[in-house]
Design a protein around this ligand. Structure first.
Ligand code: SAM
Length: 317
C-alpha cells in the first residue's frame, strides 16, 4: 500500500471542507476510464489539442527551434496514452531529429501501456519511462545533461490552483537550462454550454471516473464506501473559469477506512472536492509564468480556438 496515498486521503477527508487530490484518479481502472472520457464527443479538449499536433506539427517543431545536430531529451509530464505526442514523435523522427522520449506518469500502468504502443507503432523511437509525481520528478530531471523539451499537455496544469501552478512553473524553470523549451497545453476560457458537458458526459463515464476514487480507497485502504450513497456533481462558474468536480454524500453516513483505523462522517449533501480544471487566456498564462524565467515565445491554437499550446523558453533573465 502506498503510504503517501494513505496520508493524503487522511488529510483530505479530515479537512473542514473535504477534498481528495485528483492525481489519485489514475489507477488501472481510472486510466482506462480516462481513455474512454477522451473518446467521448463532449470531451473536446483532446480533439482540440490533437488538431494542433496533427495539423500544425511542422509549426510546432519550428517554434521549438531545436538544433538538428544535437541529441535532446523530450520529456512528457503526465503522459497518459500519448496519442497526441505520437504525432510529434513521428514527424521529429522523419525530419531526422535525434532525441530520447521520456514519458513521466504517476501511473505505472499508463506507462506500461504507452511503452507497449510506442514499441509497436513507432519501434525506432528511443524511450525511457519514469514513474513518479511530476513535482518530485522535476528534482531528477534537473540533472539531465542534454537540452530538454518538456511537454505538459492536456491542460494538466489546470488541475493545479493558480498558486500551485506558479510554484510548479517556477520549479520547472529551475530544472531547465537556458534555451530549453516547454510546450504547455491550456484549455481556453469558453462558455459553460461547452465546458460543463466535458465533465458530465451523457454516458456517465466521468461519473464512473470520479466514483472510482472511492472504489480505489475501498480496494487499497480497506474502506467501506457504499458507492450508491455518493453522486457525481460537476460545476462550472464562467466568471471564475474553473470546472470543479465533487462527490456528494446523498445521506448522513459513516465510512470506515481500515488502513487508517478511522471512521469518517459524511453529512447529507456534504461534498468531497475531487478536481479542478482551470480554463485560461493569455493574461492568466502570463501571470502564472511571470514568476519564472520561462517566457512565452509562441502560441498555437486549434481551428475552433478552444485550446492553446504555449511555447515557453527558459531565458537567462
Ligand atoms: C488528464 S490526463 C492527461 C494525459 C495526457 N497529458 C493528455 O494530454 O492526454 C493526466 C495524466 O497525468 C497523470 N498525472 C496526474 N497527476 C500526476 C502527477 N501529480 N504526477 C505525474 N503524473 C500525473 C495521470 O496519471 C494521467 O496519465
Amino acid at each position: 500500500m502506498n503510504a503517501t496515498f494513505k496520508n493524503d486521503v487522511d488529510l483530505g477527508l479530515s479537512a473542514p471542507t473535504k477534498y481528495l487530490p485528483s492525481k489519485y484518479f489514475y489507477d488501472k481502472k481510472g486510466d482506462a476510464l480516462f481513455v474512454e472520457i477522451m473518446n467521448m464527443p463532449e470531451y473536446y479538449l483532446t480533439d482540440a489539442e490533437h488538431d494542433i499536433f496533427k495539423n500544425q506539427t511542422l509549426n510546432l517543431i519550428s517554434a521549438l527551434k531545436i538544433n538538428k545536430t544535437i541529441n535532446f531529451d523530450l520529456i512528457e509530464l503526465g503522459a497518459g496514452d500519448g496519442i497526441k505526442t505520437k504525432e510529434l514523435l513521428k514527424t521529429l523522427k522523419q525530419l531526422g531529429f535525434k532525441f530520447t522520449f521520456i514519458p513521466v506518469d504517476i501511473s505505472q500502468n499508463a506507462l506500461n501501456n504507452l511503452e507497449k504502443t510506442i514499441k509497436k507503432e513507432l519501434p525506432y523511437i528511443s524511450m525511457n519511462t519514469k514513474q513518479g509525481d511530476y513535482f518530485n520528478v522535476l528534482e531528477d530531471i534537473k540533472w539531465f545533461q542534454k537540452p530538454k523539451v518538456i511537454l505538459f499537455l492536456g491542460s494538466n496544469i489546470g488541475n493545479l490552483k493558480d498558486g500551485k501552478a506558479k510554484e510548479f512553473i517556477h520549479k520547472l524553470s529551475l530544472a531547465l537550462n537556458v534555451n530549453d523549451k516547454v510546450i504547455l497545453g491550456a484549455d481556453l476560457i469558453k462558455p459553460k454550454s461547452i465546458v460543463l458537458p466535458a465533465y458530465n458526459d451523457s454516458k456517465g463515464i466521468t461519473k464512473r471516473f470520479n466514483i472510482n476514487l472511492l472504489e480505489r480507497i475501498n480496494r487499497e485502504l480497506n474502506a467501506n464506501f457504499d458507492l450508491n450513497n455518493f453522486k457525481h456533481q460537476p460545476e462550472y462558474n464562467e466568471k471564475e473559469g474553473i470546472a470543479k468536480s465533487f462527490l456528494v454524500s446523498t445521506k448522513k453516513q459513516n465510512v470506515e477506512i481500515g488502513a487508517l483505523n478511522k471512521t469518517f462522517t459524511f453529512y447529507k449533501n456534504e461534498r468531497i472536492h475531487t478536481e479542478n480544471s482551470r480554463k485560461y487566456n493569455d493574461t492568466i498564462i502570463e501571470d502564472i509564468t511571470k514568476v519564472s524565467k520561462l517566457k512565452i515565445i509562441d502560441k498555437l491554437t486549434d481551428s475552433k480556438n478552444y485550446f492553446a499550446d504555449y511555447i515557453l523558453e527558459k531565458t537567462a533573465e
